[in-house]
Design a protein around this ligand. Sequence first.
Ligand code: ADP
Length: 485
Amino acid sequence: MRKILFASSEVHPLVKTGGLADVSSSLPIALHQNGDDIRIVMPAYRQCLEGLKKIEPVATIKLEGFHLPIEILQATLPDSGVTLWLVHSPEHFDREGGPYGLPQSGDFEDNAARFALFSRAIAVLALDQAGLDWQPDILHCNDWQTGLAPALIADEPHRPATIFTIHNLAYQGLYSRDVFDALDLPERFWHSNGLEFYGLMSFMKGGLIYADHLTTVSPTYAKEICNYEYGYGLEGLLSLRAQQGRLTGILNGIDNNEWDPEVDRYIKKTYSTNNIRNKLVNKAAIQRHFALPENYDALVLGLISRLVSQKGVDITLDAVAKVLEAGVNVQLVCLGSGEASYEQDLRILRARFPDKVGVHIGYDEALSHQIEAGADVFLMPSRFEPCGLNQLYSLRYGTLPVVRNTGGLADSVVDATEENRKNGTATGFKFDLSTSEAMEEALDRALDLFQRPRLWRNMVLTAMEQDYSWEKSSKAYQQLYDRLE
Ligand code: ADP
């Protein structure tokens, strides 16, 4: 049986700031169900210590650069048979706030030390040096927080094959040379073909340079990051990896149990392709929730997002404002949190159009399901989008996505051109340019089609029939593991 150590800094339902957490539970569960022996390793955050039922210490390790011994705790990922290893350093992880910082004051100052410690612990586990008698064949690391691990074990003779998955190239873990010194890392890493990145230390480069294989979370993003526009200065290295056949794009799946309108426990009325009219009950419910007029004829636009520039919130605000100013029968319901200026702009839009716009600032799992179920259209005008999950949820819930043609959005949504509608493949609305005008045009196309209920219904059914399950995506990872073992 193949053994895989899967390392991630966030895992749903324990700790989540974004799509990484969803992937870090869904993919291991799918691999476990396919017969792999997979263990997840993550930091023992306070949320893990409080949220997990049975936790037992299984090992104590000593890490270079850190004085105190570190415990490895073992538990089971909720609602799965997957073993979870928690790196227990209370000083670093058992604290208030999210995995990377406090909502009010931003990132923790010691994040470099926290994730260097995490990476060192991953390396010890990957080399079977924790006394757990479990030697993985594959070490699968995710994002910069785990980036040092492939570097730390690269020269070890009996190491597992290493995979590093880029979930978002925009977050690289960049720190000063002083931090590099403080982390007690080998001097040989300080090299442009190592961790050094224009005078800074890059955690992400630990993965990009030293891992045997790189993946990212959609085929289009895998191509985009090889270009200047999306590559953040790493495009040369990534192009080289692509030429070497060492960079693969695999589209994320979704957790079909968690996101299924037929059994969703959060929504007012469950529905499927057989009783699509029940979706309207959810539409009325979401209108009520946001104190908007209950009006079936209004095109309800949904937005659930981290409120950051990447997600094109400004583009949405401008495009929707123009549509509303034109007096079109449209409503907008949004759920999000992030940069204060975007939060404020959303509140202003609500104040301008109180019977058209509903805003909930915050993070709310239940409400996110209710918006997916109740809205007609989902907005995702991202400037870049490695994969994106919400458009996949939207397809499953028959909530047609309006997306910018980039990354995973390009790979998962089929534009409602006349040709695609006629051959029954259209599932949403795409636009190319990162401008509110381009988005407005896509919204106009959605509005036009919404006036033609039979055509709209056909698209909703096509969207709901798409298969973006992990069953499919996990097979692609298994083929890659087969190649690397
Ligand atoms: P990213 O990881 O870049 O934030 P994704 O679309 O890949 O974007 O994943 C976002 C995930 O986080 C989805 O599961 C989405 O539903 C969820 N999400 C984002 N913001 C909120 C929020 N304010 N409330 C509830 N869920 C949210």
